[in-house]
Design a protein around this ligand. Structure first.
Ligand code: MLC
Ligand code: AMP
Length: 473
């Protein structure tokens, strides 16, 4: 997975704030943990935006132990579910990190940034699970997506080919390290190439400017981040200079609106390259850098990925007219191995060996896909996070002041979509902030409603089903 650990020990691998680790230092720090992981099958990683997370994940992969990255802000209920479902034998966390009660039963292994052990050189079987990453569905608690070493290396090598990604690149980002985008693309990607990761800790236009003034070459971000950069360009010549000097600007996890594409290109002369992926599939398509007509599309399938559009009956649509809408289905070595403990859900996700993404798209004559919507209205993309309406509704219904709840996503310039809770109160309406805090505490802060609207009753059809479209969802 990481040839540079042994090949170029002097080169910088990780830079988080003032902390830098070379490949040699990463190898010895991870090597020390590998020894302690003997006999472990699955390990949770307390995924703070710190170098310890990268060391812990590298150690897990070298040891052939499946890593379950945990959002350190996960609320009680979600954490109980993740820990119970994935049943890790141990948790890796930076020394001194305070862990919540939900992880208290696990053996704790402290991660240090120094060590004295050689990293193992033996190859891990490609079908070995590398990760279990939790992702929301329309209903129920999040599902654990099992990703093999094969899927991870296939996707990273495809991206390297298409983007000309090499050991000369320093990838700058501020993405969370418990999802595919920030962890697999943003940390493992540079490490597989032998280049450098520069993590900003938290996103800010100033941080981006500084990182590019100091050797950054590639920027990864979700559309919310690019939107915030776009809004700043008119008054910030240093930011313009930083982005204009980047080798590659990549956006993904949600659609980057054309308006932001245009603002960024007009100010910097650079085109933002969009790629399209999913936790279950890793990366499927990318705009080719240099394609002058790629904005507004997610580009073409990656070299080892096959993609198609199908109609409602599952029949392939051959049209390349940029008009005929179908669901995207994909197959290739990038695909996950299944949902953990959910053979039913795994089976339902495939049709004849093709993975059904749920994303609706058109294809143009050049083979580029343009996403036009989603099959499920109950999935919300906010800030690049996928969030199921059902899990938020269930959490809201547990609040004593809530009699009925429905959750929708509304367009939002900054977040893409914002979560709106429609509430029939049980008596005196609660303060909106109280409901937001309740969801943040139970599930996670990014799942909290950004607006709460009170109703006397929810609009329902004859079957009693809430008509979300009449709520605007
Ligand atoms: C706010 N906070 C609360 C709270 N309200 N905490 C507890 N209770 C409450 N009620 C805290 C937050 O934790 C956070 O803390 C701060 O307040 C601000 O939070 P926020 O308002 O949610 O941040 P926001 O501005 O909305 O964040 C925007 C963002 C973020 C872009 C930075 O959405 C983000 O990082 N998105 C990336 C998502 C991502 O990586 N998706 C990839 C999925 S993989 P503090 O301390 O931070 O201030 C995938 C596949 C693919 O999709 O294709 O890539
Ligand atoms: P997740 O399940 O969090 O991995 O999110 C995957 C979903 O994000 C996909 O099914 C798409 O709906 C969406 N997505 C990812 N990248 C893009 C993109 N570039 N444009 C539009 N949607 C995207």
């Amino acid at each position: 997975m990481f040839p540079a650990l042994h090949r170029t020990p002097q080169r910088p691998a990780l830079r988080f704030g003032d902390t830098t680790l070379t490949y040699g230092e990463l190898a010895t720090a991870a090597g020390a943990l590998v020894r302690r992981l003997a006999g472990v099958r699955r390990v949770a990683v307390w995924a703070t935006p710190e170098p310890e997370t990268a060391v812990a994940v590298v150690a897990g992969l070298l040891a052939g132990v499946a890593v379950v990255p945990v959002n350190p802000r996960t609320g009680e209920r979600e954490l109980t579910h993740i820990a119970g479902d994935s049943a890790p034998e141990a948790v890796l966390a930076a020394a001194g990190a305070e862990l919540p009660a939900g992880l208290a039963g696990l053996t704790r292994l402290d991660v240090a940034l120094t060590g004295d052990a050689e990293a193992p050189r033996a190859a891990v079987d490609p079908e070995t699970p590398a990760f279990v990453v939790y992702t929301s569905g329309t209903t129920g608690p999040p599902k654990g997506v099992v990703l093999s070493h094969r899927a991870v290396t296939a996707t990273l090598d495809d991206l390297a080919e298409v983007w000309g990604w090499s050991d000369a690149d320093t990838v700058v980002h501020a993405l969370p390290l418990f999802h595919v985008h920030g962890l697999i693309l943003g940390v493992l990607g540079p490490l597989r190439r032998g280049g450098t990761v520069r993590h900003l800790g938290r996103f800010s236009p100033e941080g981006v400017t500084e990182a590019f003034a100091d050797g950054g070459t590639v920027l990864f971000g979700v559309p919310t981040m690019y939107h915030r950069l776009a809004e700043r360009l008119a008054d910030d010549p240093e930011l313009v200079k930083a982005l204009a000097g980047a080798r590659l600007l990549v956006s993904g996890s949600a659609a980057l609106p054309l308006r932001d594409h245009r603002l960024l290109t007009a100010a910097t002369g650079r085109r933002v390259v969009e790629r399209y992926g999913m936790t279950e599939t890793l990366m499927n398509t990318s705009v080719l850098p240099g394609d002058p007509d790629g904005a507004g599309t997610v580009g073409v399938p990656l070299p080892s990925v096959r993609a198609r559009l199908v109609d409602d009956a599952g029949s392939p649509l051959e049209a390349a007219d940029a008009e005929t809408v179908g669901e995207i289905e994909v197959r290739g070595p990038n695909l996950f191995s299944g949902y953990l403990n959910r053979p039913d859900a795994t089976e339902a996700a495939f049709r004849d060996g093709w993975f059904r993404t749920g994303d609706m798209a058109v294809r143009d004559a050049a083979g580029r896909y343009r996403i036009v919507g989603r099959r499920a209205t109950d999935l919300i993309k906010s800030g690049g996070y996928k969030i199921g309406a059902g899990e938020i509704e269930n959490a809201l219904l547990e609040h004593p002041a809530v009699a009925e709840a429905a959750v929708t996503g509304e367009p939002d310039d900054d977040l893409g979509e914002r979560i709106v809770a429609w509430i029939v109160p049980a008596g005196e309406p609660p303060a909106p902030q109280e409901l937001a805090d309740h969801v943040a505490r139970t599930l996670a802060p990014h799942k909290r409603p950004r607006a709460v609207r009170f109703l006397a009753e929810l609009p329902r059809n004859d079957m009693g089903k809430v008509m979300k479209r009449s709520l605007g969802g």
